[in-house]
Design a protein around this ligand. Structure first.
Ligand code: GDP
Ligand code: MG
Length: 598
């Protein structure tokens, strides 16, 4: 296809503002998916995704379109994941586009998540078209929301597309705008091949499937390709597009988007953000901005039943095939027995993996509190990296302790600046910059320990800005910090899975808060449970879970049948995610209480 007839675009939206519905409607109106064969929300393939409303795996569709001017166009709709944990993937998908539709629910207005992605789009020099959705609703306020888009984002919104993705109203006109208002790609067909990898996944039949966007040059089946960062070479076995089913395509030129299979065995053979070139005539200018995605947050995953260890291992191996950022290796906990230390991008990533393990593999798990990687210099000159607080050596043998720092960029309306500064200071942040983008819009830059961001920073930021702040972060370096390990003892036994590394200054309040949270999440047992927080040998907090009183149990058994059944069901549900330690039953929430203790 001639580049001037190609349009590559993404849809950016806050959750529930109608991204999937709009994508479906575009596919339907262009005849790519007929209304009848269309199952709801074609683009969200995984059940999990549908329920959570998060697009985990990018899905990209080629849409042939005849415009009003009679021209034959190819529209490539590139889907993006939608959370700060995946912002690198989002930025690579956007880098494959020239334009983006900014979908805003006209009955709601601009929301935080919209913003993070709009800024990524603007960073990638995309043309952004505002689209006001849900105008069929009586509560829609297109004028107010247009003003908000102008004020909050600084985007011209004098003539937004007004649509109802649900009824289809205005969508045909929007598709015309994609053609007339978004720029076509540019590229040099005669130059050496440069193609950007913006997504890849493992398919049981095909091996690794790579989604790419050609920048320069051309690619056809049988070509010998080279992955720029690794220098590894492969032969292209299959080349095509999704439309929405896969269709083979003989050759790709500049601006085109498609998939390739080349007998790659692992996702690391084709990392997102890397450049594909040809072995016989390689480019010397890869697409800029390639980063290896590395897990940043580590957490223990343990089977609820020790005999399910092997099953869990098989499940983790399968999951890893499809998730380059997820890592695992065996570890042993005194409290929990045999399990795995797993690496993730962030907390949402942990939740997603945990849910997939439970849903797709019926695994029953205990997840321990997440930790960042700490670096330790010991007094005898060794350098250690610790991804599990319980492995921190005795303080008397530590010469220096380092923790990762991140540069954090927060976009926020100026009404909330005070709240954001307060929160950042509380989280040991160092202010680096603050500037007004528009009269009402501020960008604040801080450097801050990554551990502080990882916990509940995102939630606190949202609640202190009515959801208006957007957050982006990047790990920059390691810095020496005055940190200590806080241990938790249950009935005087230290439970390694509860240990956490905290800043010395906040260790006391943190320990007290954690002990309180644990008291709330550990149910009453037949005997008293004593919870203690300790630094070394020093006990700094103590809580007590009183035993059952006999009459409480008696009451349960006396009552009506539905109530009894409910109670039994509740117990069964609880059992799924409980671990017995000594003779104390500890539920899953207790292991994550640390996330709420800060
Ligand atoms: P996403 O999270 O951005 O992908 O949002 P969805 O496409 O899943 O839509 C969220 C909800 O809004 C669903 O219940 C849709 O049926 C509904 N919705 C989407 N577009 C419209 C619209 O134009 N009008 C109305 N009334 N509802 C809509
Ligand atoms: Mg969706």
């Amino acid at each position: 296809t001639d580049t001037k007839n190609i349009r590559n675009f993404s849809i950016i939206a806050h959750i529930d503002h109608g991204k999937s519905t709009l994508a479906d409607r575009i596919l339907e109106l262009t005849g790519v998916v007929s209304a009848r064969e269309q199952k709801a929300q074609y683009l969200d393939k995984m059940d999990l995704e549908r329920e959570r409303g998060i697009t985990i795996k990018a899905q990209t569709v080629r849409i042939p379109y005849t415009a009003k001017d009679g021209g034959q166009y190819v529209l490539n709709l590139i889907d993006t994941p939608g959370h700060v944990d995946f912002s690198y993937e989002v930025s690579r998908s956007l880098a494959a586009c020239e334009g983006a539709l900014l979908v805003v629910d006209a009955s709601q207005g601009v929301e935080a998540q919209t913003l993070a992605n709009v800024y990524l789009a603007l960073d990638n020099d995309l043309e952004v078209l505002p689209v006001l959705n849900k105008i069929d609703l009586p509560s829609a306020e297109p004028e107010r929301v247009s003003k908000e888009i102008e004020e909050v984002i600084g985007l011209d919104c004098t003539d937004p597309a007004l649509v109802s993705a649900k009824s289809g109203l205005g969508v045909a006109d929007l598709i015309e705008r994609i053609v007339t208002m978004l720029p076509p790609p540019k590229g040099d067909a005669a130059a050496p091949l440069r193609a950007l990898i913006f997504d890849s996944w493992y398919d049981t039949y095909l091996g690794v499937v790579v989604l790419f966007r050609v920048l320069d040059g051309s690619l056809k089946k049988g070509d010998r390709i080279r992955i720029y960062s690794s220098g590894r070479e492969f032969e292209v076995m299959k080349l095509g597009v999704f439309s929405p089913e896969s269709v083979e395509v003989a050759q790709f030129g500049p601006g085109e988007v498609g998939f390739l299979c080349a007998n790659m065995k692992e996702l690391s053979d084709a990392p997102v953000g890397d450049t594909v070139t040809k072995a016989d005539r390689p480019t010397d200018t890869p697409f800029p901005g390639f980063k290896k995605v590395k897990p940043m947050v580590f957490s223990g995953l343990y089977p609820v039943e020790p005999n399910e260890y092997e099953m869990l291992k098989v499940a983790l191996e399968k999951l890893q095939l499809n998730d380059a950022a997820f890592t695992f290796e065996p570890e042993t906990s005194k409290a929990l027995g045999f399990g795995f230390r797993c690496g993730f991008l962030g907390l949402l990533h942990i939740e997603i993996i945990q849910e997939r393990l439970e849903r797709e593999f019926q695994a029953r798990l205990i997840t321990t509190a997440p930790s960042v990687i700490y670096k330790v210099d010991t007094t005898d000159g060794r350098h250690l990296q610790i991804d599990n607080p319980s492995l921190l050596p005795d303080p008397s043998t530590i010469a220096a302790l380092y923790e990762p720092y991140a540069r954090v960029e927060i976009h926020v309306p100026n009404d909330f600046v005070g709240n954001v500064l307060g929160l950042c200071e509380e989280k040991r942040g160092i202010q680096k910059d603050m500037k007004y983008l528009t009269a009402s819009r501020v960008v604040i830059t801080y450097e801050m320990p990554f551990a502080e961001i990882m916990y509940d920073f995102f939630d606190k930021l949202k609640s202190s800005t009515k959801g208006y702040a957007s957050l982006d972060y990047e790990i920059i370096d390691y810095r020496q910090s005055d940190l200590v390990r806080l241990d938790i003892l249950i009935n005087t036994e230290a439970v390694d899975a509860f240990s956490v590394i905290v800043h010395r200054q906040s260790a006391y309040p943190f320990g007290r808060s954690l002990a309180e949270k644990l008291k709330k999440s550990i149910p009453r047992q037949m005997f008293e449970v004593i919870i203690q927080a300790a630094i070394g040998n020093k006990i700094i907090a103590k809580e007590r879970v009183a035993p059952f009183r006999k009459d409480v149990i008696a009451k349960c058994y006396g009552g009506d049948i539905t109530r009894k059944r409910k109670l039994l069901e509740k117990q069964k549900e609880g059992k799924r995610r409980m671990r017995r330690m000594g003779n104390v039953e500890i539920p899953q929430e207790a292991f994550l209480a640390v996330l709420k203790a800060g």
